[in-house]
Each structure stands twice: as structure tokens, then as C-alpha cells.
Design a protein around this ligand. Structure first.
Ligand SMILES: *[C@@H]1O[C@H](CO)[C@@H](O)[C@H](O)[C@H]1NC(C)=O
Ligand SMILES: *[C@@H]1O[C@H](CO)[C@@H](O)[C@H](O)[C@H]1NC(C)=O
Ligand SMILES: *[C@@H]1O[C@H](CO)[C@@H](O)[C@H](O)[C@H]1NC(C)=O
Ligand SMILES: *[C@@H]1O[C@H](CO)[C@@H](O)[C@H](O)[C@H]1NC(C)=O
Ligand SMILES: *[C@@H]1O[C@H](CO)[C@@H](O)[C@H](O)[C@H]1NC(C)=O
Ligand SMILES: *[C@@H]1O[C@H](CO)[C@@H](O)[C@H](O)[C@H]1NC(C)=O
Length: 491
């Protein structure tokens, strides 16, 4: 493998900042950064601000050194995205974006903040960050244990979050009003940041949004398998070749300090709950997954097991048999014209285990948690499709405008609300609040039953309907089942 000659760690910020941050120049103690003022978008973009020493040479596979130790001089920084005409005195709310890509790929450059910034009723500053991915971010094993740091990618995110806390004031941001926000592996990152260091958030954020969090198994397997997993990383070393369908090769692992316990275990404790938390999910059970092989003519339930085991190598046959009781094949017979019962059964198990149940879990254990279900039959509601509302809605639809209202008001006001309703003129529609269970039902006699499952409610986001819905007891029980498999599934 050819290693890149240099890697850099960057943050980018944007806001409707203007020439008034002393003429789009931010002077930090380690360099002077000049932003790009765009008259077209009325946004000033500071891009590619280095927040740490390049993680190369002896710094590879180690925690980042942040901020950079040498003066960077004058830099044309064309990535913190700041609203035009923002001044350092404005102290705007800050939204920090952690991109997805399975911890292997992705980049914030495909998520331009312009839509979000312009839709926000109140101005905010948008920051995106880069972190080490794949082998560079998540190599584990004995060698790294002895001379390096685990989870360098998560530590990069942390360093960038500390950078935002320290420096965003220079860009017109309020360092006490920061929301962290991620999707997919970025959503998983949010969960890891919430539980990091046993829930010590260092006041780096007051709110968090995890869209379509995916549970990732922490086992790290590769051609370096011989060195892998010497440190509490999912048990005995295993060779990638044994699990050809595993889609995520490198990912976060239990490291004993930054990630001291499994997410499922950490969520049961109180430490992470201080923060307001929004978590969503969306998964279409009709979504095709040809790689699962469940649509092959000779597929059987063993094929479904093979697919799941490829995703979760530790999943035992006995646990799969218990899953079959909760997802009986008969329940899917004739449910769809396009897909066979086996396809639907596999999708239901995988979708709930990986994408849907983590949000449900946050509702079960959290204090202030807003949940949603994205269901857009017209354009699909598969993994990541809700980002169309946030970053690249074209052509826009009323549902997406409502979603942007929810997301941005959460960041600027601390609770999600939207003006409008599907099919209703926004100018006459009343403000719609999105409730947590305790807010919407505290007066209800139900609350006295103190059944924690009954606390789970969520917002259904559908093009024709945006309403609060209950999460069924059946789903909650299936999610409790997957949580009980946390050790096998390394979640
Ligand atoms: C920044 O960009 C401007 C315009 O492109 C250029 O004149 C200037 O020399 C650049 N400054 C640095 C430090 O690269
Ligand atoms: C920015 O400020 C200038 C001068 O105060 C004003 O003329 C201009 O309209 C403002 N631009 C925006 C987009 O608010
Ligand atoms: C900064 O945010 C905090 C927390 O939301 C708020 O109490 C404070 O008033 C804000 N500061 C300014 C100057 O708006
Ligand atoms: C099912 O059929 C495919 C080709 O259609 C074949 O590659 C595969 O080995 C078969 N699987 C089993 C379990 O027989
Ligand atoms: C799907 O079938 C192909 C061909 O038989 C096989 O190579 C692959 O490993 C199977 N994938 C899964 C997830 O079982
Ligand atoms: C949700 O459940 C509560 C308690 O059972 C009930 O009062 C309420 O009507 C339900 N809401 C919906 C939308 O079904």
C-alpha cells in the first residue's frame, strides 16, 4: 500500500460572516487566516484551517497535537463557514458537522452548508471537521497499544471540537452554544463523543444530533491481522478473510480510556445525559441489498444468517435462532410484490439492529431526547437519504424545509420547532413543536406507570404528514433484544 505523503487535519467554518471579522481575517495565536467572502451566497467561508500538527512521521497512529505548535503565518483559509456581516461580538450559535463514510471514507466537502445557513431563522456558524479515516484513524493491535494511540480518528474529532471551543469566538461564534452533529459514521461518532472519557464532555458542546447512527462493531481486522486485537479489541485475533462480507474494516475500538465501555453499557449510565440530544433513524424495509444474497432463488434463512454474520462476525447461530422468533418469516410473506419474504426479513433485522435501535436506545435511557422517523416513499428513505433535506435539496420540498427548521432551531434555540406543515402555506401555519416524551406526556396518567419503554415517542417525517407518533412496544422489545447481544455484536 502506498501511504499518502502528507495528511492534514482541518476544520472549516461558514456563516452569513462578513468582512467585519476585521475584513474576513481571523487572527489566531498560531496564524492569521483569511476567509473567502462570497457575495453570491452572502457567506464567508474559512476553509482548511489546520487545527493540529500533520499526523505524519512519528505522529502517525498517535493522538493529534493541537493546536499546531508552529506559527502558520498568513493562510488563505477558504473553510469555517460564517454568515455574512457577522462580527466577533455577535456570538452566534455554532453547529459542528462530523461527516459519515463508515470510518473509511467521506469528506465534508460534499456537504455544503449554504442551504442550512440560509434556512436558519436565526443565524448560525457552521463548522465541519476532518479526521483520520480507515487504517490511519483506527488501526488497533499490540504494536499500537505499545507505541501509539487507539482511535486516533475519534481523538482528531475531539481535538477539532476543542479547537472550536477555543477559537470560534474569533469567528463570531458563541463558544458556550455549540451543537455537534453527525450522520452515519458521523452519527456513531456523536455517540462515541457523548460517552468518551466516561461522559466528561469538557463543556465542548451543549447539544448533539446523531442522524442514522450506525452501530459499528469495534473489531479491527485486516492484512495486519496478526497484530490486531491485542488490546481488548473484540477478543481473539481473527482474519478478515474469514468474514468476506464485513463492510467495515476499521472502526472505533474499546481502548480503556477514551472509549472505556461499550456504547450500550455507557448509555445506561447517567454521565452522558446532561446534553440535549436528537437522534434519528430511517430505514426502508423495502430497500434492496443485493449483496445480502437474500434475493437469490436458492436463499434460505441460513442466507440471512450469513449476511448478518458478515456484518457482525460474533453473532452466534443460537442468537440468530432467537432473532428468528422475533422476526418470523411468515410475517413477511406477501408483504411486497418486489421483494421476497427473506429479503424483507433480513432487511428488518439489519435495519433495526444497526440503524433504528440506537435511536430507540437513546430514548429509553436519555433525559431529553428527540427522535424522528424519516419516511419518504417518493424519493426513498434509505440510509443517508435524509441528508437531502439538510445539504442538497434540489428541488426542495416542504418536508425538507420543515426538517431544516427543526435542525437549525435545535441548534439556535435548544429545542426543535418548525413553521409550516405539509400542504399548508408557511405564512399561515402555526409553529409546530417536536416533543420529547416527558414534555408531551408528563401530564398524562401514563407517566405514573413509570414504564420506561412508554417514554419513547418520535416525530414522523413524511411528505404528507409530520406528526408525533408512538414507538410500538414490539419495536422496543426487539431493540432490547439486540441490546442484549451487545457483546456478540460488539456494540
Ligand atoms: C491569498 O490569496 C490572494 C488572492 O488569491 C493572494 O493575493 C495572496 O497572495 C494569498 N495569500 C497567501 C498568504 O497565500
Ligand atoms: C452587510 O453590511 C453592509 C454594510 O452594513 C450592508 O450594506 C449589507 O446589506 C449587509 N449584507 C447583508 C447580506 O446583510
Ligand atoms: C452564548 O450561549 C449561552 C448558552 O446558550 C447563552 O447563555 C449566552 O447568552 C450566549 N451569549 C451571547 C453573547 O449570546
Ligand atoms: C445459490 O446460487 C448461486 C448462483 O445462482 C450460487 O453461486 C450459490 O453457491 C448457491 N448457494 C447455495 C447455498 O447453494
Ligand atoms: C453472496 O454470494 C456470493 C456468490 O455465491 C458469495 O461470494 C458471497 O460471499 C455471498 N455473500 C454473502 C453476504 O453471503
Ligand atoms: C401514544 O400513546 C399514548 C399512551 O398510550 C396515547 O395516549 C396516545 O394517544 C398515543 N398517540 C398516538 C399518536 O397514537
Amino acid at each position: 500500500m502506498r501511504l499518502p505523503r502528507s495528511l492534514s487535519l482541518f476544520v472549516s467554518a461558514a456563516a452569513l460572516v462578513s468582512a467585519q471579522i476585521s475584513g474576513n481575517v481571523a487572527k489566531l495565536d498560531y496564524g492569521t487566516f483569511t476567509g473567502l467572502v462570497s457575495d453570491d451566497s452572502s457567506i464567508t467561508y474559512f476553509r482548511g484551517i489546520r487545527y493540529a500538527e500533520p499526523p505524519t512521521g512519528d505522529l502517525r497512529f498517535r493522538a493529534p497535537i493541537s493546536p499546531p505548535q508552529t506559527d502558520l503565518g498568513s493562510v488563505n483559509a477558504t473553510e469555517v463557514n460564517v454568515p455574512y456581516n457577522t462580527t466577533a461580538e455577535d456570538a452566534l450559535p455554532v453547529l459542528v458537522w462530523i461527516h459519515g463514510g463508515g470510518f473509511q471514507g467521506g469528506s465534508p466537502s460534499s456537504d455544503p452548508p449554504d442551504y442550512l445557513i440560509h434556512s436558519s431563522a436565526k443565524p448560525l456558524i457552521f463548522v465541519s471537521l476532518q479526521y483520520r479515516l480507515g487504517l490511519f484513524g483506527f488501526l488497533a493491535g499490540q504494536a499500537v497499544n505499545e507505541d501509539g494511540d487507539f482511535n486516533a480518528g475519534l481523538l482528531d474529532q475531539r481535538a477539532a471540537m476543542r479547537w472550536v471551543k477555543e477559537y470560534i469566538g474569533e469567528f463570531g461564534g458563541n463558544s458556550s452554544d455549540i451543537t455537534i452533529f453527525g450522520e452515519s459514521a458521523g452519527g456513531a461518532s456523536i455517540y462515541y463523543q457523548l460517552i468518551a472519557n466516561n461522559g466528561d464532555n469538557e463543556d465542548l458542546y451543549v447539544r448533539a444530533i446523531a442522524d442514522m447512527h450506525e452501530r459499528v462493531q469495534e473489531t479491527v481486522l485486516a492484512e495486519v491481522a496478526a497484530e490486531v486485537c491485542g488490546h481488548n479489541c473484540g477478543g481473539q485475533p481473527a482474519v478478515l478473510a474469514r468474514y468476506p462480507a464485513t463492510s467495515y474494516i476499521f472502526g472505533p475500538c474499546l481502548d480503556g480510556t477514551f472509549v472505556a465501555s461499550r456504547i450500550v453499557d455507557a448509555f445506561r449510565t447517567a454521565t452522558w445525559r446532561r446534553c440535549r440530544f436528537s437522534s434519528g433513524l430511517g430505514w426502508s424495509s423495502q430497500l434492496a441489498a443485493p449483496w445480502a444474497n437474500t434475493s437469490m432463488a436458492n436463499a434460505t434463512e441460513a442466507t440471512v444468517y450469513g449476511f448478518l454474520k458478515g456484518q457482525y462476525p460474533g453473532l452466534t447461530r443460537a442468537s440468530f435462532a432467537r432473532a428468528l422468533v422475533r422476526y418470523p418469516l411468515a410475517a413477511y410473506e406477501g408483504a411486497s410484490e418486489e421483494s421476497s419474504a427473506l429479503v424483507l426479513q433480513g432487511q428488518a433485522m439489519y435495519g433495526e439492529a444497526r440503524y433504528i435501535c440506537p435511536a430507540v436506545m437513546a430514548g429509553v435511557y436519555g433525559r431529553e431526547v428527540w427522535q424522528y422517523r424519516y419516511d419518504n416513499p417518493a424519493s426513498g428513505s434509505g440510509h443517508g437519504s435524509e441528508l437531502a433535506a439538510i445539504y442538497r435539496a434540489e428541488p426542495d420540498i416542504p418536508l425538507w424545509a420543515i426538517m431544516r427548521d427543526f435542525w437549525t432551531s435545535f441548534a439556535t434555540e435548544g429545542r426543535p420547532q418548525a413553521k409550516g406543515a405539509p400542504g399548508v402555506d408557511a405564512s399561515v401555519a402555526r409553529v409546530m413543536f417536536w416533543h420529547t416524551f416527558s414534555a408531551s406526556f408528563s401530564a398524562d396518567s401514563l407517566s405514573s406507570q413509570s414504564n420506561r419503554y412508554s417514554r419513547n415517542t418520535r416525530m414522523l417525517l413524511n411528505p404528507g404528514m409530520v406528526v408525533q407518533e408512538n414507538i410500538s412496544g414490539d419495536l422496543q422489545r426487539r431493540c432490547a433484544f439486540w441490546r442484549s447481544l451487545k457483546d456478540e455484536m460488539e456494540a
